[in-house]
Design a protein around this ligand. Structure first.
Ligand SMILES: C[S@@+](CC[C@H](N)C(=O)[O-])C[C@H]1O[C@@H](n2cnc3c(N)ncnc32)[C@H](O)[C@@H]1O
Length: 254
């Protein structure tokens, strides 16, 4: 389980120091590098693409994440975690856009991207000149994806595959979390985590398109964006996504 309160986060070194990645994350990195280098196109492939709402950042995304997942599971012969990292989520896109448009939020600061997925928000923070960026996700493939995506964008992002949700985020000045309120159990742990981070002086920003378990009463809206989404939508390809902060936390507004 995760880091204890107030203790530094256990992190793997970022871009250019990949040899320090160990265990399942290192194996996942080998898999992803092989996938990226494999010739061919099709629904079951990864492609390096510009993120629709954040064209400054390129990501290795699946043409169709479900099809890619099925092929990888068949090849592995066992189940794999859902490849959330292989899609650009609406919440992460809004948060990354907000950081890039308000560079003072991350510049010169220590940033922790919680549940980083592809690493989109972490990479945006690094592009605006953060002093240090750590991308945390419990999925080893996500940590591997952060590594290849940081490399593709030429920025340094360290990674952590530990579950940090019982900690207070260590010494991070800014904690960012894109699209983390889609699951009841996860949401029930994220809010106390973010509150502990605020209580020790950290600043928190969340990006969310109105997921089922968003604790709206505990958060204030900072701004909202209309974000292009690939999710099924009845009447609009754009989704309203809010950037929020814990209620009462007014520190460091960009
Ligand atoms: C919907 S994705 C969002 C990814 C990214 N933040 C974005 O906006 O594109 C949710 C991510 O949460 C991660 N996750 C789930 N439980 C977690 C935990 N306890 N700690 C860290 N990450 C977790 C998943 O592996 C997944 O990558």
């Amino acid at each position: 389980m995760g880091a204890a309160r107030g203790k530094p986060l256990r992190i793997a070194a970022g871009y250019g120091m990949l040899a320090r990645m160990r265990g399942p994350a290192a194996a996942a990195l080998t898999d992803l590098e092989r996938e990226i280098d494999a010739p061919g196109a099709g629904l079951d492939r990864l492609r390096l693409v510009r993120t629709p709402f954040v064209p400054e950042v390129r990501l290795h995304l699946a043409e169709d994440a479900i099809v890619w997942w099925a092929r990888m599971e068949a090849a592995a012969g066992h189940s794999l975690p859902p490849p959330y990292w292989a899609s650009a989520w609406a919440g992460g896109q809004a948060l990354a856009r907000h950081l890039l448009d308000h560079p003072r939020l991350a510049a010169g600061r220590r940033v922790l991207d919680l549940a980083a997925g592809s690493g989109l928000v972490a990479i945006a923070a690094a592009l605006t000149g953060a002093a240090r960026v750590v991308a945390n996700d419990i999925d080893p493939y996500a940590v591997a994806a952060v590594t290849v995506n940081a490399r593709a964008n030429g920025v340094a992002v360290a990674t952590s595959v530990d579950d940090l949700l019982d900690s207070d985020g260590g010494d991070a000045d800014l904690l960012v979390a894109g699209d983390v309120f889609y699951d009841r159990e996860l949401a029930g742990r994220v809010l106390p985590f973010l509150r502990r981070a605020v209580a020790r002086g950290g600043q928190v920003l969340v990006g969310d398109p109105g997921r089922n378990h968003l604790p709206r009463d505990s958060l204030d809206v900072v701004t909202s964006y209309r974000v292009p989404t690939t999710e099924p939508s009845v009447d609009s390809p754009l989704r309203r996504v809010e950037v929020l902060r814990p209620a009462g936390d007014t520190a460091g507004l960009g």
